[in-house]
Design a protein around this ligand. Structure first.
Ligand code: NAP
Length: 461
């Protein structure tokens, strides 16, 4: 053996293959699934159950004993029982003294009980060391091995050694322990599996609200107005034309709303002259869901691309093109080539393609598997600098779409401007304010404030 290999051997920890026995109370769905996984990872498993009769459902390498007998065989006991049945544990107080009790329970409602289940367990068996873990992993995922999406196991507890022992088991199962601190964090961890897309609520409700508004806006302008004034039925616009107006509008507004809170935060910091002062709650919440806002915006951008791709095969478009050609032939007249229109049309498409490309890039870098592989500076560069370039390109795409009919009085219907004009308001505000903020006099002051300098210490909390 050469020197290098002996060095490597020396660096390897001297661990024995023998693992400590783990006890599981409860032979229900979760108990069995976890027991199976533990046995696969080399842990001897003993179940504590109300019934010690053999069952084909229980992993065959595991022992099934009474609760008291099983508890005596292990230092760690996983309580795979619903909280409502914890009462019997008080009678086992003596045998559970000093043992590590792992509370894996979940509730049916957020904050169902005044105290967390783990705290309740600690109160029932005060001589034991309680650790909260595994509640965010499902029995099904453990059994089927589909843990890719949820490898994180949140662990908390007051006893460091006990927490470490549980985290070692988590690692041995191929999962990633995430230390959440003391048992006080248990309530929050118990609420995790009950939350319904908490970060997605605002973006989804906002998109629904904006979609409804723009749908009726376009309906009035593009379907009802021509029906009333020209007696023309454009109701078929509801299938493609109107959705293809709404999607780019929503994509642009939502993208701008990703960058608006950052701009507002900068204004607040400049005004207060310190960064040590809390932002209003609504701004904090808005900042936390920027990624979700961006992803919803990207979904609308994708829809816009798909709707645009089908334009050439639409009957209405083909009918209009054919009619124009026929009427030109009948009148023996051709439209002269308009160079300005050529430029406008090509720039509009080019800006759209580039904007969409960068938009997709932003979406990809926001995926955890990608963002975990770039450092903070790279992430900031992509999300902030490239993000603003995307916003500029998409805003320019919309401005050029308006082209020479932009703000033309003839484009108003019932005093309502074209819907795309409304979509430009928020992006233009964000870009103009950002442009002002990067002026050296403001930018320097903002950078100093963000480095901890305080102009108005009375604002700091
Ligand atoms: P389960 O299938 O209903 O099993 C619970 C087990 O508790 C029973 O099989 C029984 O085991 C024992 N038990 C029932 N009544 C009892 C009583 N009066 N006294 C003592 N023991 C009693 O439930 P589960 O799905 O395995 O869930 C167990 C715990 O894991 C729950 O707290 C749940 O919130 C948590 N959890 C479950 C999942 C999941 O995907 N299922 C995911 C995360 C967390 P014996 O017959 O062997 O005594």
């Amino acid at each position: 053996m050469n020197k290098n290999s002996s060095d490597i051997m020396a660096l390897a920890p001297k661990t024995s293959n023998k693992r400590e026995t783990v006890c599981i109370f409860g032979t229900g769905d979760f108990g069995r699934a976890l027991g199976h996984k533990l046995i696969q990872s080399g842990y001897p498993v003993v179940f504590g159950s109300r019934s010690t009769r053999p069952s084909s459902l229980i992993p065959k390498d595991a022992e099934v004993l009474s609760h008291a007998e099983a508890a005596q065989k292990a230092a760690i006991i996983i309580i795979a029982i619903q909280r409502e049945h914890y009462n019997f544990l008080t009678s086992l107080e003596e045998v559970l003294r000093g043992k590590v009790l792992v509370d894996i329970s979940n509730n049916l409602k957020i904050n169902q009980y005044p105290e967390s289940n783990a705290k309740y367990l600690a109160q029932l068996v005060p001589s034991a060391r309680v650790v909260k873990a595994f509640n965010t992993v499902s029995a099904w995922a453990l059994q089927s091995g589909t843990l890719d999406a949820s490898r994180q196991v949140f662990v908390c507890g007051d006893d460091m050694e006990a927490k470490q022992m549980v985290m070692d088991i988590v690692r041995a199962l191929g999962l990633t322990p995430v230390d959440q601190g003391s048992l006080l964090a248990a309530q929050e961890i118990e609420n995790y599996p009950l939350q319904l897309f908490p970060m997605w609520k605002f973006p989804i409700f906002l998109s629904l609200g904006l979609t409804t508004f723009f749908f009726f806006y376009c309906l009035i302008r593009d379907v009802i107005y021509p029906y009333v004034y020209e007696n023309t039925d454009y109701s078929f616009f509801l299938a493609i034309s109107i959705p293809n107006r709404i999607c780019p509008i929503l994509a642009l507004i939502l993208l701008a709303l990703v960058y608006l809170p950052g701009v507002l935060a900068a204004i607040i910091q400049l005004y207060r002259g310190t960064k040590y002062s809390r932002f209003p709650d609504w701004l904090d919440k808005w900042m936390l869901c920027r990624k979700q806002l961006g992803l919803v915006a990207l979904a609308f951008a994708f829809l816009h691309v798909f709707y645009t791709l089908v334009i050439p095969i639409r009957y209405y478009v083909r009918w209009r093109t054919e009619n124009t050609i026929i009427s030109q032939a009948l009148n023996n007249k051709t439209n002269p080539f308009n160079n300005t229109n050529g430029w406008l049309s090509d720039s509009y498409v080019a800006l759209g393609i580039l904007g969409f490309f960068l938009f997709v890039l932003l979406g990809i870098t926001s995926l955890p598997s990608v963002s975990n592989n770039v450092n903070w500076r790279e992430f900031r560069f992509v999300q902030s600098k490239l993000g603003y370039v995307t916003l500029i390109l998409c805003t320019a795409h919309t401005l050029v779409y308006g082209g020479n009919r932009f703000l033309s009085p003839s484009s108003y219907r019932w005093y309502l401007p074209d819907a795309y004009i409304l979509s430009l308001i928020v992006p233009c505000i964000v870009l103009v304010v950002k442009f002002v903020l990067i002026f050296p006099c403001l930018d320097k002051q903002l950078t100093r404030i963000r480095q901890g300098w305080e102009r108005n210490p009375q604002y700091s909390e």
